[in-house]
Ligand binder design. Structure first.
Ligand code: ATP
Ligand code: MG
Length: 501
């Protein structure tokens, strides 16, 4: 056994994030940690990596009792962590990032050739393909993640922690990641993987630890369990299969015509996009990220105003208009990246729920906020979406990743407007809460709301969408009705394949 964490306790004020948690790990093993949002998964790993200090408990690595004060201590003990928000220097090369702080020098200077050779060897040894000379900002997310992994390997990590590594990846990149995890384990590395995706767990884990409300509920061998049992252990009930009831769409809520947008490099990021969302329908956009989805949503929501073509929201021509005007026309927006858009990390939860409605009659009168109504609204959504919090005065940054996402998703779905642009609405959300978010989106559709759903989760697109468009290379090329297309075919079209292949 290379790692033993015993009886770890960690509290934040009234919240017991880890309640006598014990976890152990063998050499060459992949241990998955699963559990609801706020169960304490990230906390126990932050403690292991020296980012947080436990109140009590014991940690033994490779037979030595340790007490890490920082990640530097953890690295010295061969523990590495691949963070979800990568810690890379965007303007530097792959090689420079990997060897950063441990460069091979010759006569006091950075030895480009030797460093590049070292990176090439590492990348070959573990099958982690990267171009040593590429600039990080030009690399897709999957490549940036490989650079993070190579960095931990370069620092000689033997135990590597991954906290929700697949949340930001495309389906193909996820396959590559899972292959990499297996390769690493085969090479004797020990892996801890936190994920909400049980198919990933079943594909790579040797053992699985289930956490709930700060405690370890059970540790099982992968071979002795299945996704049903795991989801039952995680959320205490079985998940139901959601079925779309037939529903006739009404008037057009969103009309996009001939939308075209160029990039600084002169390439067309959006190329003549036409699209329509009607009242009472969910329209899904499937596509590998980087094919124009982000830009399309930015144009529709007013974050981007420099484009040709027109956008109409609920009968108002909002072409080239700004965010406020478009919101007032009747649109809500769950943004793709909750950390950049949509949330104020230092603000309270109730203030975050209020964002965008500060001036509405419901929550303010003659410029004075109605605090009772605001708190009531926040408490209601917190309960409905089972957001795990202590109270609504807490700061956003104190929430676990999935619980922060739930706040944004709840706020935007429950806004009383006809049209919702939902981008990755369930990213990082546990399977129980995901089911609820799906129900709410469908409920909104059943009550004549219109929803544009942009998601890298194909299963989500297929399950919820009345119509599906495929986005590739800045264009919407294909359109399908619910049930007309499956995951394999969509996957091909997303990569630019033909419909009849
Ligand atoms: N800095 C903090 N201040 C206050 N509470 C915190 C802080 N960090 C975490 N918590 C609380 O500790 C609990 C466990 O959080 P943690 O991030 O470990 O959950 P998680 O299992 O990783 O959830 P998720 O699946 O959403 O990422 C949560 O209730 C969270 O609100
Ligand atoms: Mg977490």
């Amino acid at each position: 056994m290379i790692l033993q964490m015993k009886d770890i306790v960690k509290t934040y004020g009234n919240v017991v994030a880890n309640d006598h948690v014990s976890i152990d790990l063998n050499e060459g093993e992949i241990l998955a940690i699963v559990g609801e949002n706020g169960a304490g998964k990230s906390t126990i790993m932050k403690i292991l990596y020296g980012l947080e200090k436990a109140d009590s408990g014991e940690i033994t690595v490779w037979g030595e009792k340790v007490n890490f004060r920082s990640p530097i201590d953890a690295m010295k003990h061969h523990i590495g962590m691949v963070q979800q928000h990568f810690m890379l220097f965007g303007s530097m090369t792959v090689t420079e990032n990997i060897v950063y702080n441990n460069e091979i020098a010759k006569n006091g200077f950075f030895d480009r050739k030797a460093n590049r050779e070292k990176v090439r060897q590492l990348s070959e040894k573990y099958g982690l393909m990267v171009d040593p000379d590429a600039i990080i900002d030009d690399c897709p997310v999957g490549t940036q993640q490989r650079v993070e992994i190579l960095k931990t390997l370069y620092q000689d990590a033997s135990l590597i922690i991954f906290d929700e590594p697949s949340a930001v990846l495309t389906p193909n990149e996820v396959d590559d990641l899972l292959r990499t995890l297996r390769e690493l384990a085969k090479a004797g590395k020990s892996i801890i993987l936190i994920t909400h995706k049980l198919n990933e767990v079943m594909a790579v884990a040797d053992r699985i630890t289930v956490m709930r409300a700060g405690k370890v509920i059970k540790t099982l061998n992968r071979a002795d369990t299945n996704t049903d049992e795991l989801s039952y252990l995680m959320i205490g009930r079985h998940t139901a299969d959601l079925q779309l009831r037939p529903h006739n769409p009404g008037e057009t809520l969103l009309q996009v015509k001939d939308l075209t947008m160029g990039s600084a490099a002169g390439k067309k990021v959006l190329n003549g996009v036409n699209l329509e969302v009607r009242a009472g329908e969910i329209v899904g956009i499937a596509g590998v990220s980087g094919n124009g989805q982000t830009e399309l949503v930015r144009c529709i929501t007013g974050l981007e105003r420099e484009y040709e073509g027109s956008v109409t929201v609920c009968g108002h021509d909002v072409s080239n208009k700004g965010v406020d005007t478009i919101r007032q026309a009747g649109l809500s927006h769950i943004p793709e990246d909750r950390y950049v858009w949509g949330s104020a990390r230092e603000a309270s939860l109730s203030d975050n729920f209020l964002m965008g409605e500060e001036n509405s009659e419901k929550y303010s009168r003659h410029g004075v906020l109605k605090s009772k109504q605001i708190i009531e609204h926040a408490d209601k959504l917190i309960a409905e979406y089972s957001v795990k919090v202590d109270n609504s005065r807490q700061k956003m940054k104190e929430l676990s990743g999935g619980n922060a996402q739930k706040i944004i998703t709840a706020r935007e779905i429950e806004r009383e407007v006809p049209l919702t642009i939902a981008c990755e609405p369930t990213r990082g959300i546990d399977i129980g809460a995901m089911e609820f978010v799906h129900e709410r989106l469908v409920n909104k559709r059943d009550h004549n709301g219109g929803i544009l759903l942009v998601s890298s989760e194909l299963s989500e697109i297929l399950k919820l969408s009345d119509r599906i468009y495929v986005m590739y290379n800045g264009q919407l090329n294909h359109e399908f009705k619910h049930g007309e297309v499956d995951e394999r075919k969509l996957g091909k079209l997303m990569l630019g394949g033909k419909a009849d292949e």
